[in-house]
Design a protein around this ligand. Structure first.
Ligand SMILES: [Zn+2]
Length: 594
């Protein structure tokens, strides 16, 4: 019989500890200490309480817990002396069924890993969907993680231990994140479409209006109809637009959505999560035969990443009247104009049809967007969700420092005009200056000495600057200080300097009322509320120009890596995302009664 949360909340401590036995390998103290925080409002709250206990326990107990785990497909498995939970997990992953070669390879990895880190490799082998990673994925992860620094890997093991505990806890409570599983499966299914040249290598690439892109649009449209949307169509720029009618025909609409195009060799969740999460909400409303007092419009934006054509945010930009007519004549790498690509896709390719997509903001309540975080913060904090406070303002420069190239052996240190050292000095300053703000970031992502040689003092250095902060004022101050420092360094070192601004985008602070709705929704799930700025740009930035907006972030695995095939998130976190969104819809329904 599965345990219920109510039973756990009511039971005497010893009995409750017994109920949670086996979640953390040979470490009942974690559950026992977490139980001091009863009653738990939700399973998510209980999970977080245990996470907090372990995170606050300090280094030694954490290491002891890691070391309490068996090696992956190790001697304990062969001796059949694993705990019942571990046996179940290793069997599901097919590890009890290795070929002799695979077994030998894993033993070798175990030995290398142990020698480097001093603890066993830990992986939640049941994976982000709970059904089990395959052996190939497990071995690839093992090989990749061998390269990590020790402190990083210790934290990664603890995160995997929390994931193992999460799945074990779900099993104990007979809880399956069925909605999260469904949403996870939709991503997996959509990822079968990929552009030629990438599909063959198992890589995901979907760029604007390719065959794979159009297949994605058709799939999303079909799935929207299945979910119970009343109207579904593909618009003049390829956006998939689904509308779930409100209880009255003239009710204003809530707008949401994100993009379905990807970068080259990208992840499965970037953008798409923000389409599928609200679709799952509509499916639930439709199944319950429920109408909201407002219309709900969900859009899969056709283009956000600017990969095939230099036209980022094309999909959401069309809704705000920012489609640049010159884009139609732009050519892709194969010389195909956007106009021809549109015609090939059966779109009208006229400025009239595209102009007609512009929305009248007075007919909308606002815009919300769910997105995978694309950063390491939630993963490191062991939190599933965050509410976005602002999409960061940014500015970019391409710069050139000009010194004097001279012989590395004969030029004394006090007679050099080393262009690269000047930029190195700036890089260290930029790092400190951005860190001092707490939430600003500064990056020199490109740093080259053109035609440099091992025995020549760098005469030129080309470099980039990327500066971002949650408000325009904060970004401007950061920019001012870094440029002033750069001029000072160059003057002192006798180095020439050229700077060219290549991009500037204003901050998109969340509308307070909409941010508050997301905050309420997250709090209602029993998980701690975390607020953070978005360092990356999103479709919400475009909609921000015409209506209030706010975003919700969902944790990514693998340090939140994105624009990469390792991008990942669990069905448990996706389900929390759906629940948060449903809560927001319920709040709005109460605020706008008929
Ligand atoms: Zn995105």
């Amino acid at each position: 019989m599965p345990i219920t949360l109510e039973q756990l909340n009511r039971a005497p401590l010893a009995e409750a500890t017994q109920m949670l036995d086996g979640l953390y390998e040979h470490s009942p103290w974690i559950a026992e200490q977490a139980l001091a925080q009863r009653p738990f409002a939700s399973l998510a709250a209980l999970k977080h309480a245990m996470v907090t206990v372990l995170n606050q326990a300090g280094r030694e107990p954490q290491l002891a817990l890691i070391r309490a785990h068996p090696e992956l497909a190790g001697k304990a498995m062969v001796r059949e002396s694993l705990t019942a939970e571990s046996t179940n997990e290793q069997t599901k992953a097919g590890l009890t069924n290795c070929t002799p070669e695979e077994f030998a390879h894993i033993q070798q990895l175990n030995a290398q890993y142990n020698a480097k880190f001093g603890f066993p490799f830990i992986l939640a082998v049941r994976g982000p969907r709970g059904v089990g990673l395959n052996k190939r994925e497990i071995i690839a992860t093992f090989e990749r993680r061998l390269g990590h620094p020790v402190d990083f890997e210790r934290a990664e093991c603890l995160r995997n231990i929390h994931r193992i505990a999460e799945i074990r806890l779900n099993d104990k409570f007979g809880f399956e994140p069925t909605v999260g599983h469904r949403v996870w499966d939709w991503h997996e299914d959509l990822a079968r479409h990929s552009d030629p040249g990438f599909a063959e290598h198992g890589q995901l690439t979907v760029t604007y209006l390719t065959d794979a892109h159009r297949a994605c649009a058709a799939d999303i449209a079909a799935r929207m109809r299945d979910c119970g949307f009343d109207e579904v169509h593909i618009d003049a720029v390829g956006n998939v637009v689904g509308r779930y009618h409100g209880s009255t025909p003239d009710a204003p609409a809530l707008l949401t959505g994100s993009h379905y195009d990807t970068v080259r060799n990208g992840g499965k969740y970037d953008g798409r999560l923000g389409i599928f999460v609200p679709m799952a909400c509509v499916q639930q409303l439709h199944t319950a035969g429920r109408r909201l007092p407002f219309a709900f419009e969900v859009i899969g934006f056709a283009e956000e990443e600017g990969q095939r054509y230099k036209a980022t945010f094309l999909g959401s930009g069309a809704l705000t009247g920012h489609f640049n007519p010159a884009w139609l004549d732009q050519l892709d790498a194969d010389g195909v104009s956007m106009r021809d690509a549109m015609r090939h896709a059966g779109l009208p390719a006229t400025l009239e049809a595209i102009g007609a997509l512009e929305r009248d903001p007075s007919k909308y309540l606002g815009f919300v967007e769910v997105h995978i975080e694309q950063g390491p913060v939630l993963n490191e904090m062991d939190l599933p969700l965050a509410v976005v406070t602002s999409i960061n303002a940014s500015v970019r420069y391409l710069c050139e420092a000009v010194g004097i190239a001279s012989h590395a052996g004969t030029t004394p240190m006090d007679r050099r005009r080393d262009a690269a050292s000047a930029v190195a000095e700036l890089a260290l300053y930029a790092e400190q200056r951005a860190a001092a703000d707490g939430d600003s970031v500064a990056t020199i992502g490109m740093l080259q000495v053109p035609g440099g040689s091992i025995n020549v003092v760098p005469g030129r250095c080309l470099f980039s600057l990327d500066l971002r902060a949650p408000s325009n004022e904060q970004r401007d101050a950061l920019e001012r200080d870094i440029l002033a420092q750069l001029r000072g360094i160059c003057e002192r070192r006798g180095i020439g300097l050229k700077t060219e601004e290549t991009m500037r985008a204003a901050a998109a602070p969340s509308a307070p009322a909409w941010q508050a709705r997301w905050e309420k929704a997250v709090a209602a799930l029993g998980v701690p509320l975390h607020r953070m700025p978005s360092g990356a740009g999103h479709d919400a930035m475009k909609l921000h120009e015409v209506m209030p907006q706010a975003m919700l972030f969902v944790r990514g695995l693998n340090s939140g890596i994105s624009h990469n095939p390792l991008e990942s998130t669990t069905s448990d976190d996706m389900e929390l995302g759906v629940n948060a969104f449903s809560h927001l819809l319920d709040q709005l329904a109460t605020e706008h009664p008929n």
